[in-house]
Design a protein. Structure first.
Length: 344
């Protein structure tokens, strides 16, 4: 199993020691470094900035939000950083949720599965550079031929710049059964958030459905599963859980609408339905402290690597045995990065 460093997206400002973390990850033998975006910092600028100081690690987005860019714009960013890094880019994409897509990007959220399939295909067509890119799909038509304000003068184009690689890997963030199955069918890897080995048989069933579809791009042997995990090597597990408990409450209770929250849906499938209902109720009523307190220890712990070195080493073995090929860790100090490298 390989190690990836997940820098994530920024809070109020840049991650102060990000360059140091990236340098430590490359020196320690990590396979990859990832950046993310929500509705603040973008994914590609930090990846290029900090990635310019590296020479070996793969550089990925986890995730770049689809509604932030047209598929051709994403392909332009991808082929550019792939050239600059010498062929080390991983395209990580996600649909986000309706609150962000419609509230921040001003784009419709409907039909996320169909949009994802179409988006990925346009990217692959750009990178293949076999001819002018055309798309007859309803979500990203190329050239745009009709609609308010359309001149009708659009011309099919192919990229001026020749991509360094026509097969830049595309990994998709997915949480639900249909989305995970489609990821196994059309993508090169799965970006798994809130992963837990305990329910890996359920995840593997969804993946196997996708691998079995006619024309599936990969097999399980050639497909990458990158699972996010907070990692804390410590003797004080209780303190570590308290540190990350607010994040769990936020994602379950506040990162999505009450009627549609993919993170909450995933935790329901994990068996925390009653907790999700209570945390959501408290969070949406403004009782954030009570919502945080309602998150049980195990709900935080099972999606983390936490404990002494020996405990974390055993947890790593469990994650690898469940099918994870890249452990994408969130760490904010170089000591943890170096210690993890000795445990994998």
């Amino acid at each position: 199993m390989k190690l990836g460093l997940q820098l994530g997206y920024w809070g109020q400002g840049p991650i102060p020691n990000a360059a140091e973390l990236v340098g430590a990850a490359e020196e320690a033998g990590f396979d990859s470094v990832f950046t993310a975006e929500s509705w603040g910092s973008d994914a590609y600028t930090p990846l290029a900035w900090w990635g310019s100081q590296t020479s070996r690690v793969r550089l990925g987005t986890a995730v770049a939000q689809m509604s932030a860019r047209t598929p051709t714009a994403l392909a332009m960013a991808a082929l550019t950083i792939d050239h600059l890094s010498g062929g080390r880019h991983i395209i990580g994409l996600g649909v986000s949720g309706p609150q962000v897509v419609e509230g921040w990007y001003g784009q419709p959220f409907a039909k996320p599965l169909a949009r994802t399939r179409e988006y990925v295909q346009v990217i692959r067509d750009v990178l293949a550079r076999e001819g002018a890119v055309r798309n007859d799909g309803p979500h990203y038509p190329l050239p745009l031929a009709e609609g308010p304000g359309v001149s009708g003068l659009g011309k099919p184009l192919k990229p001026i710049t020749h991509p360094l690689r026509a097969d830049i890997p595309i990994w998709l963030g997915a949480e639900g059964p249909k989305n995970v199955a489609q990821t196994a069918e059309i993508a090169d890897g799965w970006l798994a958030v809130f992963y837990t080995p305990r329910i890996s048989p359920m995840f593997n069933g969804w993946l196997d459905e996708g691998f079995a579809r006619p024309g599936a791009r990969r097999t399980r042997e050639t497909f990458e599963i990158a699972a996010n995990a907070q990692c804390v090597i410590t003797d004080d597990v209780a303190a570590a859980l308290d540190r990350y408990r607010p994040s769990a409450a936020l994602y379950v209770g506040g990162m999505g609408a009450k009627e549609k929250n993919f993170h909450a849906d995933l935790y329901r499938r994990m068996g925390y339905g009653d907790v999700v209902d209570e945390v959501t109720r408290l969070f949406l009523s403004g009782k954030k402290a009570e919502a945080v307190a309602a998150v049980p220890d195990e709900m935080v712990r099972e999606t983390m690597l936490v404990g002494t070195k020996d405990q974390v080493r055993e947890q790593i073995k469990e994650w690898e045995a469940s099918g994870v090929t890249t452990l994408m860790v969130t760490a904010r100090d170089t000591d943890t990065i170096r210690e993890l490298a000795t445990l994998v």
